[in-house]
Design a protein around this ligand. Sequence first.
Ligand code: HEM
Length: 183
Amino acid sequence: MSIFLAIYIIIVILFSWLFPRFLSNALGFLALLSYLLTLFPSLLRKLFNIRNNLFNNWLLKHRRYIGVSSFGFAVNHIVVSININDLLDVSKYAHYRIGLLLIFILGLLTFTSNDWIVKKLKKDWKKLHQLTYLIVLLLPLHILDKMSGKFNYFTYIEMITTIGIGILSACRLFLKYKQTNFF
Ligand code: HEM
């Protein structure tokens, strides 16, 4: 594990110097992809009743680590993307409002993803983690806000996957609503 982390840190330092824009986009892409992978297994299970599938079981087993990686990539993405001068100028924060809200919610979900807090919050934990649906809504808005007029290959994949997961999540919420209200 520490070898991978060391290689990762060397690549990030090198690319932030040689290709900062590419690195910002690649880290945003990795943050988004790993985040969507945390939603995927339960959507497949709830909507398509896909249970004993090798890939799905692996995703379910490692969901917490994938979630934490998503947060790590997102923080890295922010460090590489943010213009340092803007940090000193509060009026510029409005530029980053969707990104700030995204990282706040992602942070909240990441830091409450441990057994101790799950036990402590009980039913409220599930309610808190419903915030995940807000991330699905905010991600395409952030991408459109930052990438309109300069879409690259990552951006098309991000938009298609995020909107796809968004539609599946809406179907799941609708089914849940139907089950609780009509039966
Ligand atoms: C304060 C928080 C954030 C800031 C300041 C920020 C900043 C940026 C900027 C400046 C870009 C455009 C890069 C360019 O010009 O090419 C961008 C794109 C992007 N960001 Fe963020 N971001 C934030 C949070 C997040 C979070 C939390 C995620 C994911 C979970 C994320 C995912 C992305 C993605 C996927 C793109 C598009 C990359 C592409 O298509 O090439 N961002 N962000």
